[in-house]
Design a protein around this ligand. Structure first.
Ligand code: GDP
Ligand code: MG
Length: 439
C-alpha cells in the first residue's frame, strides 16, 4: 500500500466512524503509524506525530463551524504537513550559482537538466559545469543533458582538478545567469569528498548548495543531509526518484527533521519531472485533495449526507433535508428510473423532474428561510412568509409557492412510504452512496 492510500485508509476510520470518539481516533492513529513506518519514517517521529494527533484531536475544541470529523481530519492533515516538511520552499529567481552534491547515482546530473529547464522557464540563461572528475563519461553525460535542454556547458575532458574546473568555468561562463556545478559523488560520504566539495566551493562560492538524495534511501536521507551540511552548508535538498520509491515519506520527514529543508522533488527521469516542494500541496495530494479547504468541504458534504441519510431513514423531512435530497437525486441521474427501480411508481411527476434552473431557485429560496422555517415546514404555508422569502431570494412568489407545493407532495409521499422500511433504507443508502461523494 502506498503512502497516500495508507493515509486515506487511516482517515476513513474517522470519516466513516459512526461516532468520533477516543476509540476511533486511536484506531486511525494506529493505522497511520503502520503506514508511516512501512514508508520508512523514523519510529520516534511517528510516535510523536501520533501522540500529538491524539492530544489535539481529543483535547482541542473544534474551531467554530467544525464538526468532530472535520476537526480530527484537520489535525491529521496539519500534523502530517509539519512532519513532512513545513513551509513552502521559494527558489530564488535571478542570477546565481548552484552547487549540486550528493552520492553516486543519487540523480545529480539528471537534476541538473531539470533545474536548467526550471530556471530557463523563468527567463534565465543556464549553464552546466562538468565537475565530476571521478566518474568516467561524466563529462559526456552532462554535455548531452545540457544540450537536450538547450543549456550552456563547460567542461575540461581529462582534467582531474575539480577546483581548476570551477575557476575556469567562472571565467568562461560570464554571459550566463545561472551556473550549476555538477560535482563528483562517492559511494558513501567521506573526508575526501568533504574536502573536495569545500575546496570547490571556496572558489565557486555558490549561492545555493543543493544536496541531491534519492528517495530510495528513506530516512538515511536525514543522515546525508547532516553530513553534507557540515561539509559545505546545505541550503536545500532535492529528493529524486519520488516516483519509484515507497520510502519517499521517510526521506522527506528525515530531511525536514534535520536542519536542512526540502527544496525540490523529482519524480521521473524527464527534465520536466521536477516540482518546487510545498508540504501543503504534497500532503493534499497524498490525502487526495489539493488543499485543506477542499478536503474540509468534502468532509462537510459527507456529514450533510449522513444527516440526510438519517432523516430519510426516520422518514423526517424539512426544507434542509429536502434541498439536500433534491441535490443528491439530481446527481443520481434520471430520477424516474431510479425511483421505479426502488418500487415507487406513483410519485408526483413535478416533485421529481426539477430542472437545474429550478433547483437553483429552490436552493436560493431555502437559503432565504429562517432556520426556524427550515426546521418547521408548516410555517412556510403562510403567504406573508412566502412573500418575504421570494423577496429575499430574488425569485417570484409563484415559484416559492411551487416549492412549497413540491415539498408537501414529497412529504405526503414519504408518509405513504413510511410503512415500507425496506424501501426507505434503500433510498437512504442510495443518497449516501452517490459516486464521488464518499472519501
Ligand atoms: P548522479 O550519479 O548523482 O549524477 O545520478 P544520475 O543523474 O546519473 O542518475 C542516476 C540514475 O537515476 C539514472 O539512471 C537516472 O535516470 C535515474 N534518475 C534520476 N532521477 C530520477 C527520478 O526522479 N526518477 C527516476 N525514476 N529515476 C531517476
Ligand atoms: Mg552524475
Amino acid at each position: 500500500m502506498d503512502l497516500g492510500e495508507g493515509i486515506r485508509k487511516a482517515l476513513s476510520r474517522i470519516t466513516g466512524a459512526a461516532l468520533v470518539d477516543e476509540a476511533a481516533v486511536k484506531e486511525a492513529t494506529k493505522e497511520l503509524q503502520r503506514v508511516l513506518i512501512t514508508n520508512d519514517v523514523n519510529v520516534r517521529l511517528v510516535v510523536d506525530l501520533c501522540r500529538r494527533i491524539e492530544e489535539r484531536a481529543l483535547g482541542e475544541k473544534p474551531a467554530a463551524g467544525f464538526g468532530p470529523r472535520e476537526h480530527v481530519v484537520k489535525v491529521v492533515y496539519e500534523e502530517l504537513e509539519k512532519v513532512l516538511g513545513g513551509e513552502k520552499y521559494s527558489p530564488k529567481i535571478g542570477k546565481q550559482k548552484i552547487l549540486l552534491c550528493g552520492l553516486f547515482g543519487s540523480g545529480k546530473t539528471t537534476s541538473f537538466g531539470k533545474l536548467a529547464k526550471f530556471y530557463e522557464s523563468k527567463g534565465l540563461k543556464v549553464a552546466g559545469i562538468a565537475g565530476d572528475v571521478h566518474r568516467p563519461a561524466a563529462f559526456e553525460q552532462l554535455q548531452q543533458v545540457a544540450h537536450s535542454v538547450g543549456a550552456g556547458f563547460f567542461g575540461a575532458k581529462g582534467e582531474k582538478d575539480a577546483v581548476k574546473i570551477a575557476r575556469d568555468a567562472l571565467d568562461k561562463l560570464k554571459d550566463y545567469d545561472v551556473l550549476i556545478y555538477d560535482s563528483a559523488g562517492r559511494s558513501g560520504f567521506d573526508e575526501e569528498l568533504a574536502r573536495e566539495l569545500s575546496e570547490v566551493n571556496n572558489v565557486f562560492r555558490a549561492d545555493e548548495r543543493f544536496l541531491v538524495v534519492s528517495a530510495d534511501v528513506g530516512q538515511v536521507a536525514g543522515k546525508q543531509a547532516v553530513e553534507f551540511d557540515k561539509a559545505v552548508g546545505i541550503t536545500g535538498v532535492i529528493i529524486t526518484k519520488m516516483d519509484g520509491s515507497g520510502k519517499g515519506g521517510g526521506a522527506l520527514s528525515a530531511v525536514s527533521a534535520s536542519k536542512s529543508r526540502v527544496a525540490f522533488l523529482a519524480s521521473g527521469e524527464k527534465p520536466d519531472a521536477l516540482e518546487v516542494f510545498d508540504a501543503k500541496q504534497f500532503v493534499g495530494r497524498l490525502v487526495g485533495f489539493p488543499d485543506l479547504k477542499s478536503l474540509l468541504e468534502k468532509v462537510g458534504e459527507l456529514q450533510k449526507e449522513e444527516d440526510l441519510e438519517k432523516a430519510l431513514e426516520e422518514g423526517r423531512l424539512d426544507y434542509e433535508t429536502f434541498l439536500a435530497q433534491m441535490k443528491a437525486m439530481k446527481k443520481m441521474g434520471p430520477l424516474k428510473g431510479v425511483m421505479q427501480m426502488l418500487g415507487a411508481y406513483d410519485i408526483p411527476k413535478e416533485a421529481m423532474e426539477q430542472s437545474e434552473e429550478k433547483l437553483k431557485k429552490f436552493e436560493a429560496a431555502v437559503y432565504s428561510m429562517t432556520p426556524g422555517e427550515r426546521k418547521d415546514p408548516a410555517l412556510m404555508k403562510h403567504s406573508t412568509r412566502q412573500a418575504r422569502v421570494a423577496k429575499g431570494s430574488g425569485i417570484s412568489e409563484k415559484e416559492v409557492k411551487e416549492l412549497v407545493k413540491n415539498f408537501e407532495n414529497v412529504q405526503k409521499m414519504m408518509k405513504m412510504m413510511k410503512g415500507n422500511r425496506g424501501m426507505m433504507k434503500r433510498l437512504s443508502r442510495m443518497a449516501g452512496g452517490i459516486p464521488g461523494m464518499k472519501m
